[in-house]
Design a protein around this ligand. Structure first.
Ligand SMILES: *[C@@H]1O[C@H](CO)[C@@H](O)[C@H](O)[C@H]1NC(C)=O
Ligand SMILES: *[C@@H]1O[C@H](CO)[C@@H](O)[C@H](O)[C@H]1NC(C)=O
Ligand SMILES: *[C@@H]1O[C@H](CO)[C@@H](O)[C@H](O)[C@H]1NC(C)=O
Ligand SMILES: *[C@@H]1O[C@H](CO)[C@@H](O)[C@H](O)[C@H]1NC(C)=O
Ligand SMILES: *[C@@H]1O[C@H](CO)[C@@H](O)[C@H](O)[C@H]1NC(C)=O
Length: 505
């Protein structure tokens, strides 16, 4: 405490009051000599919230009183304190691992201990006055930024600094910063960067076991695979991530062929071993590629020629699928594999974009055509679809139960909820044995780019997805589901041959 009182000229008097207050709420033991050691709660979040509570208690104005607020000036002074190092009691010697490089930063043990119990323990155990910290080159490069955060509580982050800063926040257990950086990453997946950053973040999230961040990255990659395939980032994808992606049914791509071409480009660059190449080739859904295009792959794809043995049976199956009505095929063969399961294809044969301006105004309808099915037998037959969008729709039972006392209205607003239904304009005997799964992609703008915000699946032609736009709040002009007050949808129609896909009795 003596140290702080000597330098009281640096700080506003009331800050000392607050610090004293927060000391009082914790067991405090002041170590000998020049190094005050403060034993704080092990949980920094708890510490921060108690600290905030203490602050609030102090700052809460009495009735009729006015708050004089100089917290910005305080932050400025803390920043100067760090920059000038006045009254520093612990020099930090930041050593870059495997080099001779050492950066010396003057610091204050009180600030370090306040923010991190890892620092507190290091301070207790140190020899002499300096604290020696070994950091990787990436972490050493952002260490002063990290230290400034400990003093000032704010930080500016570039995309390429997120991982090293997160590593420092993890190493020194600064949980608020860890959490903030994880949020920063999941909110900046679509930001522009020269060589891409999402693949790197995915791999980092996997390494540290951060499942939510890993999921966000994977979903972003899956739903925007079409652009990712064109980017420099694509070839930096690891073999494991490549296989994870290829096995997903929710990939948003122009067509299966685009995905195949992406695999070819990846393989040309990464030269995978036999097992990886074969497993990747097996994950391609050949039934979704028209037969003329399959001929071309067979003759001119280096990857397929090299590993032809791995795909021979799948290609044979695909050609059988193209040769006759799929339902006929199912009469003779037991087939149960993903070869016949469509993904979310954006090309016109599979669906259509639909932009709805001012979506809360009234009901809208829209018609579009798709192929009857991807099989060579069906691809030239067309189905016309009618789509109906209602911004405020009440589920059937809801009106009745609303009348009962205490009944809850359907979410999200009292005005009903959004609904979309997609039905064929006409029926046809060709539909027998086929169910058309609809998928509605909802786009949003993030960091100036249009990205897929949400994917809704509808399993039957008459069934509504109960959660369609449930949390979208379309009433708000600034809703993150709207682009310039319009709803950007893309409807994909996926013929699913249940008799083929589901196990037969
Ligand atoms: C003081 O001002 C800062 C920034 O101007 C603000 O964030 C903070 O909430 C204010 N505190 C009080 C108690 O009004
Ligand atoms: C802090 O240190 C600098 C240089 O060491 C000195 O010029 C300045 O007056 C000091 N500031 C305070 C408030 O003591
Ligand atoms: C402190 O110094 C002693 C003896 O020189 C050494 O054994 C010990 O490992 C040092 N501890 C640290 C934390 O550097
Ligand atoms: C995300 O995907 C959508 C639809 O596939 C596309 O329009 C958009 O450009 C993509 N955005 C990015 C950033 O890749
Ligand atoms: C069909 O595939 C599903 C999922 O892959 C599996 O659970 C099921 O056992 C398979 N049925 C047959 C008959 O192979």
């Amino acid at each position: 405490m003596a140290l702080w009182c000597e330098r009281g000229d640096l700080l506003l008097g009331y800050v000392l009051g607050v610090l004293v207050l927060s000391f009082l709420s914790y067991p405090v033991s002041v170590g000998g000599g020049l190094h005050p050691h403060i034993h704080l709660s092990r949980d920094p979040v708890l510490l921060m919230s108690s600290y905030a509570a203490a602050l609030k208690m102090e700052a809460l104005p009495e009735t009729g009183a006015t708050v004089l607020n100089h917290s910005m000036a305080l932050v400025q002074r803390m920043e100067n304190l760090m920059a000038l190092g006045n009254a520093s009691d612990v020099p930090l010697r930041v050593r870059t691992l495997n080099t001779e490089e050492v950066k010396v930063l003057p610091a204050h043990s009180l600030v370090l201990s306040l923010q991190s119990d890892v620092f507190r323990d290091l301070l207790l155990a140190r020899n002499g006055s300096a604290l020696v910290l070994g950091e990787t080159a990436e972490c050493a490069a952002v260490f002063d930024k990290f230290l400034r955060y400990l003093y000032c509580g704010d930080i500016s982050v570039r995309l390429d600094q997120a991982i090293p800063l997160h590593q420092l926040a993890t190493k020194y257990r600064v949980e608020a910063l860890q959490l903030g950086l994880t949020q920063f990453m999941s909110q900046h997946l679509s930001s522009e960067s020269p060589s891409g950053h999402v693949v790197g973040w995915y791999q980092y999230a996997q390494r540290i076991g951060d499942a939510p961040l890993q999921d966000s990255c994977l979903r972003y990659l899956s739903w925007n695979l079409s652009s990712v395939l064109q980017s420099a980032e694509w070839t930096s994808v690891s073999a494991a991530l490549l296989l994870t992606l290829l096995r997903r049914s929710d990939l948003v791509v122009q067509s299966e062929l685009e995905l195949y071409d992406g695999l070819e480009a990846w393989a040309a660059r990464n030269r995978p071993g036999g097992p990886t190449a074969e497993r990747a080739l097996e994950a391609i859904r050949y039934g979704m590629i028209p037969p003329q295009k399959l001929f071309r792959l067979q003759k001119s794809s280096p990857l397929m020629q090299k590993h032809y043995g791995a795909v021979r049976d799948l290609l044979y199956l695909a050609f059988q699928f193209h040769a006759a009505p799929p339902v006929q095929l199912a009469k003779y063969f037991e087939v149960n594999c993903s070869v016949f399961t469509p993904r979310n294809y954006l090309s016109p044969a599979w669906g259509a974009p639909w932009v709805i301006g001012s979506p809360t105004r009234d009901d809208r309808s829209f018609s579009f055509q798709t192929q009857l099915g991807p099989s060579g037998h069906d691809a030239s037959k067309k189905v016309t679809w009618n789509a109906l969008f209602s911004p405020r729709w009440f589920p059937l039972g809801a009106r009745a139960s609303y009348a009962e006392p205490g009944a809850m209205m359907p979410s999200p607003t009292d005005g009903g909820r959004p609904r979309i239904i997609v039905t064929p304009a006409t029926s046809s005997p060709d539909f027998a044995g086929v169910s058309f799964q609809k998928t509605v992609l909802v786009m949003a703008r993030q960091q100036g780019k249009v990205v897929v915000r949400h994917v809704y699946n509808f399993h039957q032609s008459t069934e509504e997805a109960g959660d369609f736009l449930a949390e979208a709040d379309l009433q708000r002009r600034a809703s993150e589901y709207l682009i310039d007050s319009a709803l950007y949808l893309h409807v994909v129609v996926k013929p699913v041959y249940h008799t083929l896909i589901l196990a037969k009795k």
